[in-house]
Design a protein around this ligand. Structure first.
Ligand code: DGL
Length: 272
């Protein structure tokens, strides 16, 4: 039955597990198929055409697992590939940018929003375009913070080096007087405590994973595809490579044990 199919989620690697964590709390009965492109991470420093090609392959893999919707749990892929994915595939495709932008617009009082993300997300001006489409009065300052990705993967949640890097990246945003900061990369929620401390307690952090989980719930209900299951959902994890520290880092991102991980030869998956 359509309703009992899983939700597909993909990311360039493990960052998207922070979104799975949010999906589990918003939609606890849904099953999830996760694909992390760990062999080809990062996407944030790749060209747009490569990110589109990879995102198509990732989506195609999820569809081969018979998913009812696809969540692009990667801001980089969302900012570059979402239109192409929606044109190509006939399941709902939910990204990070629009949900995160709407939530930030709802939260800001000063109309000054900061956005942090990968170089690709920032240079594509994904968030500032989406935010200013909702409200052109809002001043958006975007800042690429590429070092946050390896720091999060290292598990340096409250490390001295993380504070120093955050201080360097965030001082410009602090000077702008923002009252809302979008965590525009799915790795960043792991570093939320340090980011909050450095940017200031008065600044509201926006986790696009929370915002997008709400959109997934609304979309499934709108099209009548929410599960009828009475038991807690479960997730299956697929990756294109299994790095030695995968399990430990994945559990940090997901906030719960990861039992089994399967390896996929992603380049051999044929487009439908
Ligand atoms: N998780 C990705 C994102 O949300 C960042 C990692 C990468 O560069 O691939 O943009």
């Amino acid at each position: 039955m359509e309703k009992e199919k899983p939700i597909g989620v993909f990311d360039s690697g493990i960052g998207g597990l922070t979104v799975v964590k949010r999906l589990f709390s918003t939609l606890p009965k849904e099953n999830i198929i996760y694909f992390g492109d760990t062999a080809r991470v990062p996407y944030g420093s790749k060209s747009n055409s490569t990110v589109i090609e990879y995102s198509m392959q990732d989506t195609n893999f999820l569809l081969s697992k018979n998913v009812k919707a696809v969540v692009v749990a990667c801001n980089t892929a969302s900012s570059i590939a979402i239109d192409e994915l929606r044109k190509t595939f006939d399941v709902p495709v939910i990204g990070m940018i629009d949900p995160g932008s709407s939530m930030a617009v709802r939260e800001t009082r000063s109309n000054k929003i900061g956005v942090i993300g990968t170089r690709a997300t920032v240079s594509n001006r994904a968030y500032s375009t989406a935010i200013r489409k909702i409200n052109p009065e809002i001043e958006v300052t975007e800042k690429a913070c590429p070092l946050f990705v390896p720091v999060a993967e290292e598990g340096w949640v409250k490390h001295k080096a993380t504070y120093e890097i955050a201080e360097e990246y965030l001082k410009e945003l602090r000077e702008k007087g923002i009252d809302t900061l979008v965590l525009g990369c799915t790795h960043y929620p792991i570093l939320a405590e340090v980011i909050q401390e450095v940017i200031g307690r008065e600044v509201r952090l926006i986790d696009s994973g929370i915002a997008s989980s709400e959109i997934v719930r609304n979309e499934l209900s709108r099209i009548g595809l929410e599960t009828n299951s009475a038991v807690p959902g479960h997730a299956s994890f697929y990756v294109s490579d299994i790095p030695t520290t995968f399990k430990q880092v994945a559990e940090l991102f997901l906030g719960q044990p990861v039992e089994e991980v399967f390896k996929v030869d992603i380049e051999s998956i044929k487009f439908k």
